[in-house]
Every structure is written in C-alpha cells, then in structure tokens.
Design a binder for this molecule. Structure first.
Ligand code: NG1
Length: 453
C-alpha cells in the first residue's frame, strides 16, 4: 500500500491512486504505466508488413485498478475532458460514439476475451479503474494505443491471469484496436509494451519481432529529439477515420492490382499468390530487392490514380466483392492513388533499414538525411502533412534542427526535430520566437516500455 504513495512515483501515477481511493473508497490492486511513443522513422509501413523504428517516451498513462463489485466496469479519469463511464459487463460490445475514451477500454477487454485470456467469469467480476496521465492525446504520440495497453495490463493483473508474453500481447491488442475502427498496424502497441530505456525498437511485422537498438554517439554526440505540436488534432477513431483508413485501403488495393498484373510479367516477377502484404515481396521466399519492386510497380501502375470503375475492370470484381473488400469505403473525389502510396511504403521500408544501421553506428548525419527524405515522402507521396506541420518543419530548420519530420499517422499532431545536443536552448528559444510563446515543445527521451508498477 505504501508503495503507491512513494515520492519516487511520478505525479500522474500518484494522482491515479488518489483518484482511485477518493472515487471507490478502497485501495487499488494494481498500478500500471503505459508510455506513448515517437516514431523515429517508418511511417505507415507497419500495416504493410515493412519495418518501423519507434521508441517509447517518458510521457505515460497511469491506471490504478481493482476487481469491481459485480458485472460492471467503472472508469474515471483525472482529465475532465474524459467523463466518468460505467459499462455493464454484458454491454461491453455496445461501443460508444466514435472518439469516446471508454471505447479503448472495451476494445482492450474484448480483445483479451477473444484471445482467450479473459473468461466470462473474469468479466462478471467487473473492474474499477482510475486514469491519470501526462501523455497528451491526439498529438501523434499514440496516446490511444497506450490506453489500450494500460487497460489490458490492468485487466490481466487484477484478475491474476497467467502472464502473457509482450509479443503475442502486442499482436492481440493491435487486432483489438480494430474494434475502435482504425485499420492500423502493430507499431504502437509493440513499442509501448517493449520499449527500452535509451533504445529505439526496430519492429518487423508478420511475424512480429522487436529488436532494441541503442542510441549511440558516433563522430557527433547523440542529438536531442525535440517535438513541436502543430496544434492540429485529428482523432483517428473519430473525424479522422476516413482520411486515415483510406491509406491502408489504397495499399491493399494496390497489392491486388500488382499481384494480378505480375502474372503477366513472368520474366520479371515470380508467382505472387501467397503475398498478403507489401513487405512479403522483400522477405523470403520471394526476396525481391526494394528496387525491383519499385521498378515493377512503375511498369504496373500506368495511371496516377484510379477510379472505382477502373479498379472493378482491372480486378474483374463485381459490386459485392468491392463492398466486402473495401468495407464500402466511399470513393475519393481524386481517385485511389495507388502508385504514390506504394512508392512511399517501399522506399520508407528501405529507409528504416538504413536508419537502423545508422543508429547502430551513431551515424547521425545519415540519420538526418533519412529523416528529411521520410518527411518529403510523407508529404508528397502519402499526402499526410498539412500547412501547420510544414510551418514547423521549415521553422525547425531555421532554428537549428538538422532534420525534422512529422511523426505518427499525420494530418496534424507533432513534428520530430533532431537537434544537436549543444543547441537545445537556442532551438527552443528560436522556435518560440518565430511561432509564438504558446508553442508546445516537448523533449522525447527514449524510455522503458509499459510496466505493472
Ligand atoms: P498514430 O500516430 O498513433 O495514429 C497510426 C497507427 C500506427 C501506424 C501510424 C503511421 C494505430 C493504432 N496506429 O499511429 O499503427 O500505422 O499511424 O505510421 O492504428
């Protein structure tokens, strides 16, 4: 009990415990920390089966939890913008309106139930939960996935379930987030669970593998990683859902077209029937080079964008197949942009490999070039930047950053800047001088992953 009051716990950790006590009148049985993340490089590659290179940060959610008083889940949050929620156990699948915070709790618990880690008896026991946080939401630091991870660890912990290895748990929780509606990949949950102090985590997908890589000093000391907040908020599970889900859909449609047309290029491409993700093309047994895939894509995609009727014709699909495959996604006015999305994804996957090597070698000039190239590709090929982000990128360069890029899903959120260690103070001052005193700047320090405290 005393440990929960320990001054060594962070302020939000202690806040979650105090809130728990004052709300439920008893002691929590578990206290969980789940951190946010910054993605150094590898944007929108995860769901395409290509690697990413994120790290967990210090800013985290804290969840104090105990078994409930019956088949009911009571959730309270120290942040007043997230109102208290009570969910009957049999109403868990009745999700609230998009963007509501209790949906992340429902997703975590249902995901664990689907995977067989929580039983009907566990659910009948309910839970009491108090949340406090110093991880801002909607800024591209993966606050929603961290919340899912925190809830899942809390549920497993208070119900004394057998421990689940973080790799399968990350896979279960990545799948569970699909309950909330986003069709993203597994980067956020994996780095939240497997983050390591002073390391970035190179993550491969399908199968999921995580390799910690230390931040090494080379000819230059390790730069500081600074974040500036564009102030543009895009709630992926709310208003941003269509914009976000369009990209994974374009990638999947592109793969269908590529696979079909590859069959007529047997001299250049092997049979691709077993391919499920773009990353499969560069892994054994196919093991094409990124360059070969990009050259084939340039030959295959003969238009900058495709209408629905173009795709129905190319793929030989009827309306029913289209509706199933796209989940009746509305046709974008500017068409499905298959080739630019493929170029981004394949080139970005290659950049992640090069960045992992640069990190290992402490080769920060190469890292800076890769980060700048990643941003250009996110802006021009994947089209996930916005004017506010571009302003931060430009100002970052003037203020002394060696490279900057958007981090996370895009359309808003934060920009990551590599700042030489000896230029920190002047960077912050210059950014605020040019963009205003209220500009939110954070330092992103590579930190340990989620834990039961
Ligand atoms: P954020 O920035 O948390 O919205 C999303 C996806 C990631 C990844 C990135 C883009 C989820 C939970 N997160 O992250 O898997 O695809 O976009 O690289 O879907």
């Amino acid at each position: 009990m005393l440990a929960y009051d320990s001054p060594t716990l962070s302020l939000p950790a202690r806040t979650s415990v105090h809130l728990f006590r004052s709300t439920f009148g008893c002691e929590p049985q578990a206290l969980i920390r789940a951190p946010g993340r910054v993605n150094l490089i590898g944007e929108h590659t995860d769901y395409n089966g290509l690697p990413v290179l994120p790290f967990a940060i210090a800013q985290s959610h804290y969840v104090a939890a105990a078994v409930g008083q019956g088949p009911c889940f009571e959730l309270i949050n120290a942040d007043a913008q997230f109102p208290a929620k009570t969910i009957a156990a049999d109403a868990l699948p009745a999700f609230s309106a998009a963007g509501q915070w209790d949906n992340y709790f429902r997703a975590a618990v249902l995901g664990l139930r689907d995977a067989g880690f929580l039983t009907t008896e566990h659910l009948a026991g309910g839970m009491q939960i108090a949340v406090a946080s110093d991880l801002p939401s909607g800024v591209g630091l993966s606050s929603s996935s961290a919340l899912v991870v925190a809830f899942a660890l809390a549920a497993l912990s208070v119900h004394a379930c057998r421990s689940v290895h973080p790799v399968p748990l990350a896979e279960i929780l990545a799948e569970a987030e699909h309950y909330v509606g986003t069709r993203g990949g597994g980067m956020d949950q994996t780095v939240c669970l497997l983050g390591k102090k002073a390391h970035a985590i190179r993550i491969n997908f399908f199968p999921l593998e995580a390799e910690p890589i230390p931040f090494c000093a080379g000819s230059q000391p390790v730069p500081r990683i600074c974040l500036s907040d564009s102030g543009v908020r895009v709630e992926k599970s709310g208003t941003g859902l269509l914009r976000y889900n369009r990209r994974p859909l374009e990638c999947r449609l592109a793969l269908e077209v590529f696979r079909r047309r590859a069959a007529s290029m047997p001299d250049r491409l092997p049979p691709l029937d077993s391919i499920r993700h773009w990353g499969d093309l560069v892994k054994p047994p196919i093991a094409l080079s990124h360059k070969a895939v990009l050259e084939a894509a340039a030959a295959i995609f003969d238009h900058p964008s495709y209408s629905k009727s173009d795709l129905l014709r190319i793929l030989g699909w009827g309306e029913g197949t289209w509706a199933d495959f796209t989940e009746s996604f509305p046709e974008p006015a500017d068409g499905f942009k298959l080739h630019p999305r493929v170029r981004h994804v394949m080139e970005e996957g290659r950049r992640v490999e090069q960045a992992a090597d640069a990190l290992r070698a402490g080769d920060w000039p190469t890292m800076a070039k890769l980060i700048a190239a990643s941003h250009e590709s996110c802006r021009d090929l994947y089209e996930i930047s916005c004017p506010e982000i571009e302003r931060l990128i430009e100002t970052g360069a003037n203020a002394g950053a060696t490279a900057s890029r958007l981090t996370g899903a895009g359309f808003g959120g934060c920009v990551l800047h590599l700042v030489p260690a000896d230029a920190c103070g002047s960077f912050d001052n210059e950014m605020r001088r040019q963009l205003g005193r209220d500009l939110r700047l954070f330092e992103a320090v590579p930190s340990q992953g989620a834990a039961i405290l």
